[in-house]
Ligand binder design. Sequence first.
Ligand code: ATP
Ligand code: LTN
Length: 333
Amino acid sequence: MENEKKVMLSGIQPSGDLHLGNYLGAIRNWGARAEEFDCYYFMADMHTITVRQNPADLRRRTLEQLAQYIACGLDPEKNTLFIQSHVHQHAELGWVLNCYTMFGELSRMTQFKDKSAKHKDNINGGLFTYPALMAADILLYQPDYVPVGEDQKQHVELTRNIVQRFNGIYGDVFKMPEPYIPKAGARVMGLSDPTGKMSKSAPEGCVFLMEKPEDIMRKFKRAVTDCDTEHCVRYDRENKPGVANLMQIYSAVTGKSYEEIEQEFDGKGYGVFKPAVGEAVVETLRPIREEAQRILADKAYLESVYRAGAEKASYVANKTLRKVYKKVGFVAR
Ligand code: ATP
Ligand code: LTN
């Protein structure tokens, strides 16, 4: 056995700047597992072009995302960090898996429905078949776990259906992956609308990792809470979603429990609570921002990271792809 460790893999589209939801829901949990797992994390640039992009911005954001991954604690010595389009096996396996993914399955994907409603002028084939490429991203590395936020669970479930279908025909080719969803931070809600998830498409309620402290503070001070007159910091998701979300964030960055938070702000009101959450977030993000800026300035280092990452990823991906090509009946070169 070449590798005894379990394997973990995930990716994020460089379609916008990384935010607190991405950090608490995804990236923070990735870094913590490097000793235990063999980890692969990538910039999903091929997925990003399912929605029209400005080429210069996509290139810049892909490198910024890599710098931010590293600054968030993903050590390139311990994790394989790469750019999806550098590993051509993703596109190749993606095509094969397209032929094992059903039209009906793809039609049920919430992300497709959401994005096609949002981009009515560009409902392209890639947007529709995207989950087959995501299944290829995953299955090339035979991971045990795929750490994602709640919203990506449906795609991982589809990947599991593909595994069942493919292995049912050809034998044990793919390992069955499990979604791995964090308990705290799985769904960080927007600060201006706590009924919707924090998302870069609603920037006024979204805290970006690279944002200036004063802008972060302003967003927290303006965060929507509720209009009860008692202004009491109490965890009640149903009736006080804004306060519950701020408590979730504060708990995730300080490690304090909801009871401890309730005690800390007992009788103090939102005027004290909201800036305190803001400050805790600013202090969590400060070292990440400074480190990301430092890394981003060192282009040679970044290049060495993504080159080494692509090399390692290609080696693993190629083994799976060869096996698949053989199984489906392609002549070996
Ligand atoms: P969009 O703004 O287009 O909806 P996004 O901000 O949701 O995009 P993605 O690239 O879709 O970002 O997500 C990257 C990862 O971060 C995924 O694992 C996703 O589940 C997780 N994630 C995104 N938003 C949140 C959030 N608000 N809370 C927790 N996890 C999140
Ligand atoms: N679909 C994800 C990004 C993504 C991904 C993956 C996540 C592409 N391929 C493989 C986990 C594993 C998104 O839109 N956030």
